[in-house]
Ligand binder design. Structure first.
Ligand SMILES: Cc1ncc(COP(=O)(O)O)c(C=O)c1O
Length: 407
């Protein structure tokens, strides 16, 4: 294989990887049409997108919001979750999964993830249930789908809400049903890096009409269906999208299915190619995930065998021509936000002595935070032959890891 590129050897590949966002005349025409109509405010295009996206994920109702974060906060508020309540979340996720819980005054309780899926471990989630638990938020990390059979069973048995954080899983399906439409409700993000984007934006999906109406009310300053313009029924916020965002999202949605299928096919090639590389720990595929909308392609490394850090691996891989990210490098509960909640009562008045985040340990997540890196979804939009280049670069770094070990 030869010397690693980071040490002066030849690069494995020189590929101009696809950039993001992808856009064309659909977006241009949609934006121009909104501009010229003079109807820029929360109107028919927002409704059209809400209906189309809900249908795409097999949900009955969709309510947009300004981001995935505010969509999560809205869902929790509409479910009546507040001070004193506990909500079970995984620690291998973006901060919003847990900060949304804090922002409604409730208490995030961390349960570990599974090493082979990187999603919430249903058994650990079940162990963390107390008489204060009101909801579980599984994250469909990277577009994988958390074990929704077990999680639905657990939620039903304990009468808990199941709020899917589907902010990585547009297009993913569990036994033929779209994510976000399986639990009580689900939440998606349309932020700039996401597989369908309007720079910022989010949506809540549900099959429960009353919940959808309550979410609508909270995102629209407390107004209600049939109420007068200046009648406000709760202290909701203004979390409305604009028609410009909806025009972008409708255009993006028109190619989501084709993009999803392409990413899925390329990911299958990667999975096949990486399966037998010593140094790579294969992740599993679950046949119940009938479609997988990859936001990321996570790769776990056997660092003991390689004798180097994940950071060094990622640097060497970049030098071979394959960009990657170390991803989440610490479990969420190790962020100072949570330490502060435990040491400074004023930062989270409802926590009391319920949980000391400095004592929380989720060993699987802690391991994954050191040994996993991510390939971005844009790489999965490249050509089939480019997947062979990714595999070759990863194999080369694994086989020559000795070159990277400290002397
Ligand atoms: C798992 C997860 N949940 C929630 C969010 C929040 O979405 P937004 O950035 O749109 O607020 C993100 C965003 O990256 C995310 O990755």
């Amino acid at each position: 294989m030869g010397r690693l590129a980071i040490n002066g050897g030849d690069k494995t590949c020189n590929i101009a990887w696809p950039t993001w966002p992808v856009w064309d005349d659909h977006e241009r025409q949609g934006l121009l049409a909104v501009l010229e109509s003079g109807q820029w405010w929360y109107g028919e295009r927002v409704r059209e997108f809400e209906e189309a996206f809900a249908a795409f994920q097999n949900a009955l109702y969709g309510v947009t919001a300004t981001s995935g974060t505010t969509a999560l906060e809205t869902a929790l508020t509409a479910l009546g979750i507040g001070p004193g309540d506990e909500v079970i979340v995984p620690p291998y996720t973006f901060v919003a999964t847990a900060s949304a819980v804090l922002r409604v005054g409730a208490i995030p309780i961390f349960a570990d993830i599974q090493a082979h899926t990187l999603c919430l471990d249903p058994d650990d989630a079940a162990r963390k249930i107390t008489s204060h638990t009101k909801a579980i938020i599984p994250v469909h990390l990277a577009g994988y789908v958390a074990d929704m059979d077990r999680l639905c069973e657990i939620a039903q048995a304990h009468q808990l809400a199941l709020v899917e954080d589907a902010c990585h899983s547009w297009g993913s399906q569990w036994k033929g049903k779209g994510t976000g439409a399986i639990g009580t409700c689900g939440v998606f993000s349309f932020q700039a890096s996401k597989n369908i984007t309007s720079a910022e934006g989010g949506i809540i999906l549900t099959d429960i009409e009353q919940l959808a109406d309550d979410c609508r009310s909270y995102t629209n300053v407390g107004r209600r269906k049939g109420g007068a313009w200046y009648q406000h029924f709760n202290a909701g916020s203004n979390l409305r999208l604009t028609e410009f965002q909806a025009a972008l999202l409708l255009a993006q949605l028109s190619r989501l299915e084709a993009h999803t299928l392409k990413r899925q096919a390329n990911a299958a090639l990667l999975m096949e190619g990486l399966r037998d590389i010593p140094g790579v720990i294969p992740l599993e595929n679950d046949p119940r995930i009938t479609r997988r909308g990859y936001h990321l392609y996570p790769v776990r490394l056997n660092l003991d065998a390689l004798g180097i850090t994940r950071e060094r691996f990622v640097e060497a891989l970049a030098a071979e021509g394959v960009p990657a990210s170390p991803g989440y490098t610490i479990p969420l509960y190790r962020n100072s936000l949570f330490e502060r909640a435990s040491t400074d009562p004023s930062s989270h008045p409802y926590l009391g002595d319920r949980v000391d985040y400095r004592q929380v340990h989720c060993p699987v997540c802690e391991q994954v935070c050191t040994d996993t890196f991510w390939l971005f979804h844009t790489l999965l939009l490249a050509e089939e032959r480019d997947m062979q280049a990714i595999v070759a670069a990863i194999r080369k770094v694994c086989e020559n890891a000795a070159e990277l070990r400290p002397a």
